[in-house]
Design a binder for this molecule. Structure first.
Ligand code: NAP
Length: 248
């Protein structure tokens, strides 16, 4: 059964990693996919072709989610190209890890802008469309780090915890218009973001996870599919940990 037949989804940061996995699963379920990237034009084009081959409409847009005006322009462009927006996945994110003692003001601001302000920008931009439609699903990609904190990631943890507060507030504000907003908190998902870590650290993570493996982009994409589809029609304001049992 195709769960997103005919729906239009915007996914930020889908040129690789988790976002790319979400785009593929959504396309397999019949969604038309508008996705963004920051600089990976080549992989964005490759993804666009891969998705289109599945028989749906797909287009990649170079757009900085941290920029308020660019986010608005992106949504205007998607409306012109696709005619509607049913689902927004706020997935774009970065890390700039350091102990607080060594963390620069610039690295704090950058992580907050790209991870958290982007969610405000994009949600504001799709809000009017979803209000008019009297339906919509917004999914924010937080992290277990936003739920429980992590030494060396104060900026990232603050941005991801902020996303959870934003998610719950939007769910309360827009629920009466049938607009749902949920967050996913992935644990250790093996992507380019985690490939920066050294092998021992990665193995240590795997060993500490009850399911004894890192997650895949598809593991997270399947949770997104649930939130994006009508399968979760009565679920809003929730945080789902997709972490192999790391958080209980
Ligand atoms: P990734 O492999 O580093 O991919 C990040 C994606 O975001 C890329 O497509 C990148 O585009 C895009 N991006 C970066 N800055 C952007 C901006 N300003 N505007 C628009 N797009 C931007 O990351 P990932 O591991 O897939 O993570 C995806 C999300 O899941 C992030 O929010 C991350 O915090 C969260 N998460 C990841 C893990 C994990 O273990 N991997 C765990 C918990 C949460 P370019 O390719 O053009 O740079």
């Amino acid at each position: 059964m195709k769960l997103l037949e005919g729906k239009v989804a915007i996914i930020t940061g889908a040129s690789r990693g988790i976002g790319s996995g979400i785009a593929k699963v959504f396309a397999q379920h019949g969604a038309n996919v508008a996705f963004t990237y920051s600089s990976s034009a080549e992989s964005a084009l490759a993804l666009e072709n891969e998705l289109t081959a599945l028989g749906i409409k797909a287009k990649g847009y170079k757009s900085n989610a941290a920029d308020f005006n660019e986010a608005q322009k992106l949504v205007d462009d998607v409306m012109a190209d696709f005619g509607n927006v049913d689902v927004l996945i706020n997935n774009a994110g970065i890390t700039k890890d350091n102990l607080l003692m060594r963390m620069s003001e610039e690295d704090f601001d950058k992580v907050i802008e790209i991870n958290l302000k982007s969610v405000f920008n994009m949600t504001k931009a799709v809000q009017k469309i979803m209000l008019k439609n009297r339906k919509g699903s917004i999914v924010n990609m937080s992290s277990v780090v936003g739920v429980k904190g992590n030494a060396g990631q104060a900026n990232y943890a603050a941005s991801k915890a902020g996303m959870i507060g934003f998610t719950k507030s939007v769910a309360l504000e827009l629920g009466s218009r049938n607009i749902r907003c949920n967050a996913i908190a992935p644990g250790f998902i093996e992507t380019e973001m985690t490939a920066k870590l050294n092998d021992d650290v990665v193995q240590g993570w795997r060993d500490s996870i009850p399911l004894k493996r890192g997650g895949t982009p598809e593991d997270v994409a399947n949770a997104c599919l649930f939130f994006a589809s009508d399968m979760s029609a009565y679920v809003s304001g929730q945080v789902l940990n997709v972490c192999g049992g790391m958080l209980t």
